[in-house]
Structure formats: C-alpha cells, structure tokens
Ligand binder design. Structure first.
Ligand SMILES: [Zn+2]
Ligand SMILES: [Zn+2]
Length: 572
C-alpha cells in the first residue's frame, strides 16, 4: 500500500509551504495526509475506481497530485521546491520549538542544514540573541533533539500495526501458508515498536520468503534464508519473517513475543520444576522429552497457568497472578459501544456531524460523543458560545432521525491557565458531556499544573479529563503533573480520565491507566478522531486498556446507550 508513503509526502509538502509562509494550503495537505494514514483501503484501489475525491480532505488539486504520484512515482511541482531545500531541514522542522519557519530561518542565517549542525550551533551558543530565540531556547532545542532521536528509533504502534498487517495479508496469499502471526512488541501492542517480527508455518518456506522479499514495500534485503529473512521497508523499519516447524510454532511465538523479563521469569519457573523452556519447546530436563510447544496455551497450561494475553506479558506481576488464578479478564477488542472524543468540521475535523454519526453506526456503535474545541483554541477553529449552542441544537435535530443511536453533545473545553474553564456553567450545563483539557502553558511548574487541572475537574459539570499528560510521543514530553492527586480527585468526583487513542498521544499510557484504575477511576477511551477513518484508533485505545489490566467494567466505552444515558444522567 502506498497510503503511508503519500501521507508522509503530503506532510513534507505542508512543512515546505509553511516555511515559505504560505497560508491555508499547509493545513489542507495535513488534513489529506491524516485521512490517508487512517484509510483502511488501498489508495491504488480507490484510484483505479476513480473515487479518490471521496477520501475526506481530498479535493480536485490533491487528487491530481495523488494521481501523478501513482502514475509517475513523483509530484513534479514539489520536486522542484524540494530540490532547493537541503534534505536535513526535514528533521530540523520536526524538533519541538523549531518548526518549519524557524528551520528555514536558521538555514538562511547560520547555514544550519541538519541535526548535527543544529546541535553544534547550540553547543557553541550561536542561537542566543537571534530573533525568536529566547533565553531558554538552547536548552529546549537540545531536549527536543534528544526527543526526536529517541522517537525515531521506534515507530508508533498504529503505523507499525498497519504495515505488519499489510505484510501478513500479502503473505497469506501464498497457498502454502498454514499459520501466521505477528510477534514481538507489536503483538504486545506497545505504544512504540522497534521492528516487525512475523512467524509462520508453511508447506514451502522458499515460496513464502520469495513473496516476502518481492513485496513492493521492501527497500533492502538484509538476509534471505528458508528459516529467516530480514528486510528493511521503505519506511526504514526492519521486518523479519521466520518460517517454523508446526510443532514449534507455539514455543517460538511465546519466545519471540516477549517481553524479555517475562520470558526470563517463565524460564526460571521452568527450571525450578525440572523443565527447560526455549523457542523450540518445553522439555523435561532429565529425559529431554518434549512435553509442549505447538501452541502457547499448552505451554502456559503445563505451568498450571491460564493463557496470558500478550498485552499482559510485561513482567508486571502477570505470572504470579496466573499461578494464583488471579489473572484479570481484560477488556476485549470490539467491545466498545461508543467513542468519547471526536471532532467534526465545526472545529478541526473533516466531516459533518451526520456523516460521523452514520460512520459510527456502521461500526456498530450505539452512541458517539462529539467534542469540538472551545473558543480559546483559535487555530483549531474552536467554537464560541453562540456556535456551541447552535451545534447542540443541530445535534438534537439530527438525533431525531436515529433510533437506538445517539450523538452526545460534548465539547473539549480548555482549562485556562488560572484553572477556569473556557465556557461558563450556563453553557456547560447544556452539554451532555463536558471534556476538559490543557492545551497551553505546558512548561508550568508541577504544583501549578496540578492545581490548574484539579480546578478544572472540580467543576461539577465535567465528566472527562482528556489526554491527561499532554505528551506527544517523539515530540513533546508530558507536562509535570501529580497524577496521583488527579486520579484521586477523579475517583471521588466520578470524572473519567481519558485514554486518548490518537497514535502519537496514547495518553494515558498503560502504566498510568493501570494506576488510575487501582485508585478507583473508570476510564473513557477517546480516539480524538479528526476524520471518520480515525475512528478505528479505538483499537489502539483498547490495546492500552488491555495493557493496563482493565476489564470491561473499567472502561465506560463498553456501556450501551441506556447505561451511558444513566451514567451521564441524560433525560432526553
Ligand atoms: Zn485536545
Ligand atoms: Zn481533541
């Protein structure tokens, strides 16, 4: 699939245009890129059908660019712009506190062309005193460079998952394939992934490996054999395919799923019982007799344990819980009946309310909560009081068309620096769901930020605190905040901390979500979808909930319409 390739090209184009101070257009390219990232179907299929323009955010001009790219592998007008700009500037722009305009400025002014140049210039204090670079800039830039580097060694879960599943689908086309599974941190659904591991059994391993190295997404073949083949994909990520004996598939899957600490502990348990566990199976130490290995279930069963879901295999007490028969029954994929955080084209989303509602119904949801931004979010076209009231009326009007489905009128309301909310109680009480969030002042001191958020969630109309740490993976660390106190206040007031499922947020993360549940909170998963395709990020949110040991009752998305109306005390 070329979807991600074209999306990343559009992001690049947006940055280039922004460098040159072009207004509006960058936003249009980014919106199209977001849609492409979330697109479930292969862009080339849509292209062949002539339905490119049905993709949200893709108009005449962008459709023409996609067409040119699919025919010629490039987009001419942008080739010309890109030739004029050094390659390394692309990385510079992604550093937090730099961005496209400053990157271009530094290039013009100091001939800084890449990360190395920038690091050297900062260390020699060359930036101090330049317009737009304050006292703390140098420190922040160094921090940003560190974040960028660590963020780019690993890939976001959502992206890795769609690449890996693409490979699995492609390999499944080989008639010889018998069993196939994704292993590694991807199977455990970690928020970022190092590389992709795929295990298979097949009648003819050679055929499978040939198909693998001939996939169009393969950039380099590092090693090719009949048991293991390693390639580098166009995105730069490394992917391994192993073809195994059927009798060893379970033990290999267990071994390659990890994590390392989980496996070490399990091997220690084996040794204590006179057994030996390896990727080839579970053996009796004395006799060498093989007693399990075909499936993971039979391996865990030999230890007297129930099957441990991959998301739990992080050495956080799951082995002990399994031995004591105390493993939690974690929430299952596909059990969400609604989404708490969605943007429409009233603020920065791509589609209208009714279109979103219909898409949600098609997923099988019973409700969806619309949460456009409040007025302070000017860049995101936040709604003022008048518009919010209009939107509520519009939602009520559309709801009359539905049976057994309801759009909840929500708002993502800014918690301002002083702890006050962006709307008065007069407005808040008219909403079905008030979601609050911090979108500014990320560098505040911990005490100040904690007090600000506590003020926000102590408003009696508030139901959800969105993306509670504000982090963006690989771009921005979360703000300093005392989450223990926030969770305690949430539990007391019945406010739900969010698991924001947007891939670069994943906020709360697994560990924080687990702690929130331990402190008595119920959690709300919100995809923060900016287009219909992104509603599928729900799966990533549920993955985080599973990693947090959450059961269905811990996650409010599992509530049906009646239950959610009761929870939110909605009379209509
Ligand atoms: Zn937000
Ligand atoms: Zn949002």
């Amino acid at each position: 699939m070329k979807n991600l390739e074209i999306a990343s090209l559009f992001y690049k184009i947006a940055d280039l245009l922004e460098m040159q101070n072009v207004k509006w257009k960058p936003q249009a390219y980014r919106r199209a890129a977001q849609s492409l990232e979330a697109l479930e179907r292969d862009i080339e299929e849509l292209w062949k059908e002539g339905t490119l323009k049905e993709i949200p955010g893709v108009g005449e001009g962008i459709a023409r660019h996609i067409d040119e790219f699919l025919r010629r592998g490039k987009i001419r007008p942008f080739e010309a712009i890109m030739r004029k700009i050094p390659k390394g500037l692309g990385e510079l722009m992604e550093i937090e506190s730099i961005g496209p305009k400053k990157a271009f400025f530094l290039y013009k002014k100091l001939k800084i062309k890449n990360l190395g140049d920038l690091e050297a210039a900062v260390k020699r204090h060359k930036l101090g005193g330049l317009p737009g670079f304050g006292e703390k800039s140098e420190q922040n830039i160094l921090k940003g460079i560190g974040m960028y580097k660590s963020g780019h060694e690993r890939m976001l879960l959502g992206k890795a998952l769609s690449i890996a599943e693409g490979i699995v689908d492609e390999l499944k086309k080989n008639r010889g394939i018998e069993r196939i599974a994704i292993a590694g941190s991807l199977r455990r659904m970690k928020e970022t992934i190092g590389d992709i591991d795929i295990l298979a059994t097949a009648e003819n391993a050679e055929e499978v490996m040939d198909a693998f190295v001939n996939m169009p997404d393969v950039r380099d073949v590092l090693a090719k054999g009949t048991t293991k083949t390693t390639v580098v994909l166009n995105s730069g990520v490394q992917a391994d395919v192993r073809v195994l004996k059927d009798s060893e598939f379970g033990s290999a899957l267990q071994y390659f799923t990890g994590n390392k600490e989980h496996n070490i502990k399990l091997r220690e348990i084996a040794i204590k019982r006179g057994l030996k566990l390896s990727e080839y199976g579970l053996f009796e130490k004395k006799t060498g007799r093989r007693i399990a290995g075909k499936t993971e279930e039979e391996i865990y069963a030999k230890f007297g344990m129930k099957y441990i879901e991959p998301e739990l295999r992080e050495d956080r007490g799951e082995l002990q819980a399994a031995m004591q028969g105390k493993l939690p029954k974690i929430i299952s994929y596909g059990s969400a009946k609604g989404d708490f955080h969605v943007h429409s084209n009233w603020s920065e989303g791509s589609e209208g309310i009714e279109e979103i509602a219909n898409a949600a119904k098609n997923i099988g949801y019973e409700w969806i909560c619309l949460t456009d931004h409040s007025k302070s979010e000017r860049i995101a076209h936040g709604l003022d009081e008048e518009k919010v009231l209009k939107q509520i009326a519009e939602i009520r009007r559309i709801n009359r068309k539905f049976r057994d489905f309801r759009i909840l009128a929500g708002s993502e309301v800014d918690i301002k620096a002083d702890g006050g909310l962006d709307f008065s109680n007069e407005i808040l009480k008219k909403l079905d769901v008030v979601v609050v969030a911090v979108h500014s002042g990320f560098k505040s001191a911990k005490g100040q930020m904690t007090a600000r958020v506590l003020d926000g969630i102590n408003n009696k109309y508030v139901k959800i605190i969105a993306h509670p740490t504000g982090r963006l993976i690989g771009k921005r660390e979360g703000y300093e905040i005392d989450l223990e106190r926030v969770f305690e206040a949430c539990a007391k007031r019945g406010v739900m901390p969010e698991i924001n499922a947007y891939p670069e947020r994943t906020d709360l993360n697994d560990a924080n979500a687990k702690r929130a549940i331990e402190l008595g909170c119920r959690l709300a998963i919100g995809t923060d979808a900016h287009s219909i395709g992104q509603l599928h990020y729900m799966r990533l949110g549920i993955a985080m909930a599973r990693r947090a040991w959450a059961g269905g009752k811990d996650i409010a998305n599992t509530l049906n319409l009646k239950e959610i109306e009761n929870l939110l005390k909605l009379r209509e």
